[in-house]
Ligand binder design. Sequence first.
Ligand code: AMP
Length: 416
Amino acid sequence: MNQIKSIKGTHDILPSESRKWQELEKIVRDACSLHGYGEIRTPIIEKTPLFQRSVGQETDIVTKEMYSWDDRDGANITLRPELTASVARSFVQHNLGIQNATQRLYYLGPLFRRERPQKGRQRQFHQFGVEAFGSVYPEQDAEIISIAWHILSKCGLGDDVKLHLNSLGSEECRIKYIDSLKDFISPNINKFSETSQRRFSKNTLRILDTKSEHEKIILKNAPQIADYLTDEDTDHFNQLQNYLTALKIPFEINQKLVRGLDYYSRTVFEFTTSALGSQDALLGGGRYDTLVERLGGKPTPGIGFAAGMERFLIAMGGNQKESSINESRMFFVCTEEGGIPVTLSLSQKLRNHGKEIIMDSKRRSMKAQLREANKINARYALILGRDEIDRSEIIIKDLIKGSQKKVAQSALFDNL
Ligand code: AMP
């Protein structure tokens, strides 16, 4: 029979890798708790208009990357391609705005985008992220960025990343800016790629995101968003920079940073790393002061970020096999069928006392079982042979020192 393989752009996370995932998840959860953020878990499927209305009709995600289908009742449904929209939907639906002055939420989970797979880019991938609803002030922006910085530092990535920062201003100044950007580009539009030409009329800002060196050169003299910011926007941006300086978080202003989605306003930011090749964005976010309203809620400002977990693990040099001895792990070696009930019940007791016990379930030879004990990095092997069964004893073998001792089964706990 033919084997059935996983779908292109999706990956299995095997036990040899999942420990690294768990470590990253723990760093994220701890950091979010330390900053007062509570976990939110939203469904993986949502109504398609949620993303059309929030992410934007003309964005890459909505125009070509979503997995959407007509459900049997006629509703169009989408596998979520990002989580801010879902979290904002949930915020509105459950009236979270009235419960607290600022709602601080974080999430972890899989997302789906039909992109061309390559290193660090998958069709099913995972993100963690945070969202804070309720504050318009730049200290909230600083808090969000400081959570990202905290997590990056705990992952050992603090020295390898660059923080790019920009302000897209409020909607009114962005409209004026886009007009003058169009005026600047239109005489040269034929020199731009098909993608940029397509973006020109519907998602003009994204042209600034271009990867083409040739387009970057043309755009060198393009108008700068900073010249279009209102006084309030500039003030917000300056205060944020002061706060980041107080936090000793290094940053660079990058006027070309626009981020792809429609809902951003004012602050946008991205952490990149050289460890990832062309997919160098590790974590990105921004302020979305009009999103809640767009989704039918009361006007509520918000800011958040999302980070790619696969990319974090690549940058951390993750996905390695566990190599060190696990102190609380033991392998139960039993060479006699008659010893199986004792093996099972002693293992159960040990686990109830927090020991990690693995037993052989293939009735292999003593040699094969000890080889396995070493392979899984167990600290001790507990050995039950014919003699030990007859005398209600057990051998404790120290797999680091190689020494062993025989004790009464009833005294096993006192000897571990
Ligand atoms: P975005 O939601 O596009 O702002 O992406 C936020 C982060 O998610 C990026 O900085 C990446 O780390 C990660 N990411 C986005 N798209 C993918 C993908 N297709 N595969 C893996 N990671 C991704």
